[in-house]
Design a protein around this ligand. Structure first.
Ligand code: PGA
Length: 250
């Protein structure tokens, strides 16, 4: 049985004080959460402070991005080891904003996936189609191509431990959520892709989150789909009550 996993991607939001307050509230509430894993991914500059606020709690710590090189002259970048040093367990890689605003390619993301795994981080690898791609009927091809590129060279054992987030780009931050059937179709295809590229046992283990305008009201139906193993939450992760409302839907 895959344990559901709900992660909050705070993106470029909150002040330090707001982030710490939100994390503190979640850490307290998490004491009574038993049915799923939860994590927060604050902006990199607040990872340390937020990590201190959730230390010893059931809330996991993640980052939103990293660079693949271990150290050196890479001005402005952050390594996997630095994230581990601050207590991170997860790192979001290949988020649609990284792909589309910062032009990260599958090859870039693949290097980051290998560096994260090597450092002992659990990557949350994001894939998802643009609206035009969905309308052209190429969703399956797009997400499989992203998986082939982003996950190249990953072993079955490594894959079993990582997290894939399916986030249709047209549903991110738009309020337009994929229907549970639309999301489940892609999640089922992704699991079939894993089974064909690796094996059925590995496919059964990989957690596949859905992301894109998830909120408390639509979470229960999405999360009840057989191949949806949790959610990657943007906007609704910025208020404890909203995020906990989603967690309650597991
Ligand atoms: P959203 O963002 O929940 O605000 O749509 C999701 C994401 O980008 O991970």
């Amino acid at each position: 049985m895959r344990r559901p996993f709900i992660a909050g991607n705070w993106k470029m939001n909150t002040t330090r004080a707001e982030g710490v307050a939100l994390a503190t509230e979640l850490a307290k509430a998490a004491e009574s959460i038993t049915k799923c894993d939860i994590a927060v991914c604050p902006p990199a500059v607040y990872v340390d402070a937020v990590g201190a606020a959730i230390r010893g709690s059931k809330v996991g710590l993640g980052a939103q991005n990293m660079y693949h090189e271990p150290s050196g002259a890479f001005t402005g970048e952050i390594s996997a080891a630095m994230l581990v040093d601050l207590g991170c367990r997860y790192v979001i890689l290949g988020h649609s904003e990284r792909r589309h605003v910062f032009h990260e390619t599958d090859a870039d993301i693949n290097k980051k996936v290998h560096a994260a795994l090597k450092a002992g981080l659990t990557p949350i690898v994001c894939v998802g189609e643009l609206l035009a791609e969905r309308e052209a009927g190429t969703t399956r091809h797009v997400v499989e191509t992203q998986c082939n590129g982003s996950l190249a060279g990953v072993t079955a054992e490594q894959l079993a431990g990582l997290v894939i987030a399916y986030e249709p780009v047209w549903a991110i931050g738009t309020g337009k959520v994929a229907t549970p059937a639309q999301a489940e179709d892609v999640h089922r295809d992704l699991r079939a892709w894993i089974a064909s590229r690796f094996d059925a046992a590995t496919a059964e283990k990989v957690r596949i989150q859905y992301g894109g305008s998830v909120k408390a009201s639509n979470a229960p139906e999405l999360l009840s789909q057989p191949n949806i193993d949790g959610a990657l939450v943007g906007g609704a992760s910025l208020k404890a009550a909203d995020f906990l409302g989603i967690v309650a839907g597991v």
